[in-house]
Design a protein around this ligand. Structure first.
Ligand SMILES: NC(=O)c1ccc[n+]([C@@H]2O[C@H](COP(=O)([O-])OP(=O)(O)OC[C@H]3O[C@@H](n4cnc5c(N)ncnc54)[C@H](OP(=O)(O)O)[C@@H]3O)[C@@H](O)[C@H]2O)c1
Length: 332
């Protein structure tokens, strides 16, 4: 039996992708074999497809950090054929073969049952980006953030950002979108933004350690000088959930916002997030999606792309040109 896969090869440091058929006996070791129906495109997939950051050490390699599908066979008693499952993170798609294929073999520990009310395609419209966005909002709430207080979302047109607007807006938070693409403003408002600002307002590392207090919370997908600027604008006891580095992985700031305003800088990691927290976040997303109109909003930020076309989008996501979420229809 064969399966279809997007296979990455490396030659003299250059990574190339080819859609190909592989024998199922090429699948790696693992205790659950899945039929992969959908995957998705994340910023990290763009890096992997272009061989950036040495995230993949062994080639040939199947990328795709997310997947949703159906269990075909299992040596793990928790999973039986026919179960609908979602997998994000655990370094699948980088250390392990991932979701850009019609089949995958993985560890049962990594799987989450897709909650009732969420389709496998919706699970991938959410994917790592949507999961991370909910983790971030959840972390802000755990720090005491209340409804009605302004939450800034940086990189708002991207996967994490647009998902944060969707979840936060649906949960009744006052979301403010920061974007470099003002032409997306109406869509960002429709998703859940009460207001939209130009990202240039917050792009420089300020010369003063404290600026006027603007934000009670922030979901930051950008990092770098943007994060330094936002820290200086946080209100007393405000919290920033640091999720991403689309604008740079450096952080040059002062400790003054922490010392004089009690600002919290919260780290958000979706990849190694423990199983019980994963289940709680997925259950929370299922609850929110169940509210009137939210599933339609998720649909509005989602674009389907066939497996054959996904490699060509790597440069676009790294350049900040992809809007919302991209579901990869594998054909599995
Ligand atoms: N911590 C985790 O577990 C986790 C999980 C998922 C993602 N991430 C990270 O989160 C970040 C976003 O991921 P994503 O999948 O949402 O990517 P994405 O879809 O490409 O979104 C990133 C957005 O950031 C903005 N942006 C891009 N380049 C920028 C720059 N130079 N300066 C300022 N803003 C810029 C753009 O939004 P506008 O056009 O609206 O400005 C872009 O759409 C990435 O760094 C990714 O690695 C982390």
């Amino acid at each position: 039996m064969t399966f279809q896969a997007l296979l990455l090869s490396e030659n003299d440091g250059a990574v190339s992708a080819e859609l190909t058929e592989l024998d199922e006996d090429r699948l790696p070791e693992g205790d659950v074999t899945l039929r992969v129906e959908y995957s998705s495109l994340n910023y990290k997939d763009g890096m992997i497809l272009q061989g950036i950051g040495r995230l993949v050490r062994t080639y040939p390699h199947i990328p795709g950090v997310d997947l949703a599908g159906v269990v075909e066979s299992s040596d793990d008693e928790r999973w039986t054929p026919g179960d609908r499952v979602v997998l994000t993170g655990w370094r699948v798609g980088e250390m392990w073969w991932g979701g850009y294929a019609t089949k995958a073999r993985v560890k049962g520990d990594w799987l989450v049952a897709v909650p009732e009310g969420i389709s496998n395609r919706q699970a991938m419209a959410i994917g790592t980006a949507g999961f991370t966005a909910m983790q971030a909002i959840d972390a802000l709430e755990q720090q005491g953030l209340e409804k009605g207080q302004p939450i800034l979302v940086t990189g708002a047109s991207g996967g994490v950002g647009s998902s944060a607007l969707l979840w936060g807006g649906a949960l009744g938070h006052q979301m403010v979108a920061s974007t470099g693409r003002p032409e997306n403003s109406d869509e960002l408002r429709a998703l859940g933004a009460a207001d939209v600002i130009d990202r240039n307002e917050i792009a420089d590392n300020p010369s003063r350690p404290l600026l006027a207090e603007r934000w009670a919370g922030c979901v930051d997908a950008v990092g770098g000088d943007t994060l330094a600027h936002v820290l200086a604008e946080m209100a007393y006891k405000g919290s920033v959930a640091a999720c991403g580095l689309a604008g740079g992985n450096g952080l040059s700031t002062t400790v003054i916002p922490f010392l004089l305003r009690g600002v919290n800088l919260l780290g958000i990691d979706s990849v190694m997030c423990p199983g019980p927290e994963r289940q709680r976040i997925w259950a929370r997303m299922a609850d929110v999606l169940d509210a009137p109109g939210v599933a339609d909003k998720l649909e509005s930020l989602t674009t389907d792309v066939p497996l054959a076309d996904i490699a060509s989008m790597a440069g676009d996501i790294l350049a900040g040109q992809v809007k919302g979420r991209t579901v990869v229809v594998t054909g599995g």
